[in-house]
Design a protein around this ligand. Structure first.
Ligand SMILES: Cc1cc2nc3c(=O)[nH]c(=O)nc-3n(C[C@H](O)[C@H](O)[C@H](O)COP(=O)(O)OP(=O)(O)OC[C@H]3O[C@@H](n4cnc5c(N)ncnc54)[C@H](O)[C@@H]3O)c2cc1C
Length: 305
């Protein structure tokens, strides 16, 4: 396990497409990049929580008895070892949630508490064909996988977007992959929580296309909304599908109509107030996009989250 708790500042902010914003944060010199789809857990504490000034595992386990953070997961789109920074690309959906609103409003110098990175998925060595299926939230991982794709591997990308203006997100990654990469863009249409018919047809077509290839040379990575992940599993891994489960990674990245974890309920609010008594001398840490005082990244003990 390579991840650690970290306290960072926003170093740069760039709108990559109309709905995807890149936030660059410092990650310190002890950050160990784990690969193409590694991700991090962002911690959002209730405003009344008093977070220990040393954001360390030992301190946090005591804190979490009283105040639980809301956690949101984001892909490390790029690690820059020369500057000690990581890029996180946030889809700014409407209505926005906790993390997307934070990213939309974040200013240079804003503070972020997080844990990471996780271990990443690695392309199986024998893979000759790679299927990548993503909606906007999976595109950062797809971009990082394409950037590091070995020559000679065929890649089929199926990408779902709400708005065609976000298709340009993949242009830089596609410019470095060979002619062996094919991308099919699918427009979702009005949000319904149901996979679009065109997506289901495309998956069936893909299953037919792959049926002639040896299963152990095909790898599948997918990061989409929950119902779409179900459709991917049914089409490519279910009774009709031919792929070898050992070479696949299908993840549900979000659920239509559901926040990534529960909002603080009355019991959690009670715990947060109790926490004031427990850490009376600690600075209160807010996730404050307006903050601009520069601090460098601080990491804490290795732990599980
Ligand atoms: C391993 C992993 C890696 C991920 N990497 C990324 C990444 O790199 N970039 C990224 O943007 N997301 C990524 N996600 C998805 C992201 O964590 C979720 O979209 C998360 O719910 C966003 O948090 P929020 O606070 O903005 O919204 P929440 O508070 O969780 O949700 C509020 C509302 O918004 C809806 N919602 C959530 N996401 C979307 C969306 N994309 N489009 C429309 N409605 C939505 C929910 O259904 C809910 O109704 C990743 C998820 C996982 C599990």
């Amino acid at each position: 396990m390579t991840g650690r708790h970290r306290r960072s500042r926003v170093k740069d902010k760039q709108w990559i497409t109309p709905h995807i914003v890149r936030i660059t944060i410092d990650c310190g010199t002890d950050y160990r990049h784990t690969g193409t789809d590694s991700h991090v857990a962002l911690y959002f504490y209730p405003p009344e929580a008093r977070v220990p000034s040393e954001f360390a595992a030992a301190n946090l386990s005591a804190l979490h008895t009283f105040a639980s953070p809301q956690v949101r997961r984001y892909t490390v789109q790029r690690y820059d070892s020369s500057h000690g920074t990581v890029d996180l690309d946030f889809v700014v959906h409407e209505p926005a949630g906790l993390a997307s609103a934070w990213a939309r409003d974040a200013v240079i110098g804003a503070e972020l508490l997080w844990w990471g990175p996780t271990e990443a998925w690695h392309l199986p060595e024998q893979a000759q064909t790679l299927i990548l299926i993503a909606d906007e939230t999976g595109l950062p991982a797809v971009a990082s996988i394409l950037r590091e794709l070995a020559e000679g591997i065929k890649a089929y990308v199926i990408a779902l977007v709400d708005d065609r203006s976000d298709e340009s997100y993949l242009t830089p990654s596609l410019s470095v992959t060979g002619a062996g990469t094919r991308v099919t863009w699918i427009r979702r249409g009005p949000a319904s929580g149901e996979p679009p018919a065109e997506f289901l047809r495309t998956l069936d077509g893909l299953a037919d296309l792959l049926s002639g290839e040896p299963a152990d040379t095909i790898a599948l990575w997918s990061g989409t909304e929950f119902a779409e992940a179900g459709a991917v599993r049914r089409a490519l891994l279910g009774s009709g599908g031919q792929l070898d489960k050992a070479n696949t990674n299908v993840t549900s990245y979000w659920i239509h109509g559901q926040a990534q974890d529960a909002r603080p309920d009355a019991r959690n609010r009670r715990r947060n107030l109790d926490n004031r008594a427990r850490y009376p001398d600690e600075a209160t840490v807010h996730i404050n996009p307006q903050s601009s005082s520069p601090v460098s990244c601080q990491s804490a003990d290795e732990t599980h989250w």
